[in-house]
Structure formats: C-alpha cells, structure tokens
Design a protein around this ligand. Structure first.
Ligand code: ADP
Length: 334
C-alpha cells in the first residue's frame, strides 16, 4: 500500500489512537492522578508484585482508556481490553480471565454496566485470583474452581456512583479524572497538531482550547475539523480567523456547548421554567437517552455553572438563563 492510500483511509479512530499519550510523562494534565498513579505503579514494581486494582472515573473523552494503556506500558505488560456491556454472561468473563498471563492488565471500560453474574465472578477473581465456573443447571450443577493468574484490573466508569459497594470496595485505588482547563487543552492541541503535521497559530490553539468542553477528545476532534476548513477554504494554516470561521460552521459556541448541551439547557429553561426537573424527564424532552444526558451533558453543564443538581432535580442557574438571552426569575436561588 502506498503511503497516500494509508493516509486516505485513516479514519478518526486511527487518528485518535495516534494522538494517545504513550507514557505518564507524555500525559498532559491531571497532575494529581498522575502523581498518585506513579506511586502505585512504582511501589508495585519495586516490590516485584502486581499493583492493586485501579478504578478510573470521569466523563467520556478525558483519557481513561489512554491511562489504562499507559498503566500496562509502564508495567511492561500486556493490556487486555473489554467492556461492561460485552460481559453479559459470566462465561464471557471466565474466558477472558482464564487467558490472562501473570501481570497482565485487564481493562474493563464502562464497568458500571457489567451484568450481575459476571460482576459476582469478578469479586472472587479480584480478591483471590480464582473463579468458580458453574457447569450445568439445577440439582446436577457443579462448580469448578479455576485459577486466574495474578492480574491488575483497571476499570473505567463515567458513573462511579452506579458501581455496587462490593465492586467499588475491591479497587485499591480510585482516580477521579476531571475536566481539563484551557491551558492544558492548549498544550494537548499543540502536541496533536505536531503529530498530525497541522500548522496552527498560538491564538488559534487558545481559541479551540476554550471551546473544547474541557475534554481532550473534543479538542482533538475540533482540531481535525478546523484543519479540514483550513485545507479546503484557506491556505492550510490554522489561524484565529480560520478557527473561528470553522467552529461557526460546526455549531460550536464560545463556551464549547454543543447542540445537545444547548437543547438540554433550552428544555430546562423554556419547557420546565428552569426546573427543578428530573434527568429522565429532561432526556425525553430532548429525545436522548437519560444516560447520555446524565453522563455526557450534565457534568459539563454543572462544571460550567449552568446547571445545579438539587435533591428535587436539576435547576438552571442565572448563568443559563443569560446564556439563552433570557432574564432569570427574581426568586432564583442558584
Ligand atoms: P476515555 O477513555 O476517558 O473516554 P480516551 O482515553 O479514549 O478517553 O481519550 C480520548 C482521546 O483524547 C484519546 O484518543 C487521546 O487522543 C486524547 N487524550 C485524552 N487524554 C489526553 C491527554 N492527557 N493528553 C493528550 N491527549 C489526550
């Protein structure tokens, strides 16, 4: 295959992979998580054992998968990837576990969505490195114990609150990944532009960083869309003007709110008078899955100071009313 063809077929997923940080030092942002992980990993390496199981929690696109790959890389072991929804039957998990080699890192994405039988099997595997495989049904069923090689489980979740207590208790370390601030996103963008060979001015990187919803995945995606615009409608260089014009085409506003964010805010304020309203009601109003509204939209709207969580439901803040060009009600307390 010629290099031209290879470049032509590279889709966003391939590009995403090429942009992943490869080591803890390469990882921009999340200083606390990096320091904590550094200690966990170095300690285990010094003692020559496998590190405790690690839970990574935070909204999508903040680098949980990248971090799991880095953990395996730093330990010099293999990473086995699966996800909660893929482990529907306990047998799926048993097969995965019995193939592990000592020291492997098993990554389970969306671990809060694991089915109950698989979850119960996981307890024993995490604690004692063995599983009981049940063969047969009814009175004739027997349980066959199976050894599992010592491994480190890295679980990722967008909803650590949805994890059952027993599962959460079996992780020795939980890292909370938070949204990135604009200077961090600017460094990520500059790094990505270097890898992709995109010429970008500093003010353009600052502009894109400010509109990336605090999320590296979005920053990288916006960079690719802005690059398209620069290549097609300008001279290939991403300047501030090019970035602004491109972001306008893709409906990304100054705060980085996307269409769904704005729909949720709009429904909250216009249809429900600013709330309080439950997440599922809000999700129905905008035609989305409650999980998407709760795990993707809401964390950023809360962080941006637009939405407050109250015991009675979600409430729009004064900033949200103003963002929509409306006057907040005088009795608003958030
Ligand atoms: P998650 O698993 O939390 O959804 P990923 O690890 O898949 O997030 O990250 C999404 C993309 O964002 C990655 O492909 C990577 O290119 C980029 N990314 C995430 N975190 C960083 C970071 N700290 N520095 C540079 N790029 C990052």
């Amino acid at each position: 295959e010629s290099p031209v063809t290879a470049e032509f077929v590279a889709d966003d997923a391939d590009i995403d992979a090429s942009l992943r940080p490869k080591s803890l030092d390469d990882f921009i942002g999340q200083p606390r998580v990096r320091e904590q992980l550094q200690l966990v990993l170095t300690g285990a390496k010094m003692r020559g054992g496998t590190p405790d199981h690690i839970l990574l929690s935070g909204p999508p696109g903040l680098g949980k998968t990248s971090m799991a790959m880095i953990i395996a890389g730093e330990l010099g072991t293999a990473l086995r990837l699966t996800s909660g929804p893929a482990l529907e039957r306990a047998g799926d998990l048993a097969a995965m576990l019995s193939n592990l080699v000592e020291g492997d890192v098993l990554f389970i994405d969306e671990i809060h969505r694991i089915a109950r039988p698989a979850e119960e099997m996981l307890y024993l595997a995490m604690e004692d490195f063995r599983v009981d495989v049940v063969v047969g049904k009814g009175p004739g069923a027997t349980s066959i114990p199976l050894e599992v090689a010592p491994f480190t489980l890295v679980g990722a979740t967008t909803r650590s609150g949805a994890l059952t207590g027993p599962l959460r208790d079996r992780f020795g370390f939980t890292a909370h990944m938070d949204f990135y601030d604009p200077p961090e996103l600017e460094r990520i963008l500059t790094r990505s532009a270097g890898i992709l060979g995109v010429r970008i001015t500093t003010d353009a990187a600052v502009e894109i960083a400010g509109r990336s919803r605090g999320t590296p995945r979005i920053a990288n995606r916006l960079l690719r869309r802005v690059r398209d615009y620069a290549d097609v409608r300008a001279d290939g260089i991403v300047t501030l003007e090019v970035a602004q014009a491109a972001l306008a085409v893709y409906d990304v506003d100054e705060l980085g709110l996307d269409r769904l964010d704005r729909a949720v805010l709009g429904a909250l304020v216009r249809s429900f008078g600013g709330g309080p309203v439950g997440v599922s009601t809000l999700a129905v109003a905008v035609g989305e899955e409650p999980a998407t509204v709760e795990e993707v939209c809401e964390p950023f709207l809360v962080r941006a100071g637009m939405v407050a969580r109250t015991p009675r439901g979600r409430v729009a803040t004064a900033a949200a009313w103003k963002q929509l060009g409306l006057v907040p009600p005088s009795d608003l307390t958030v």
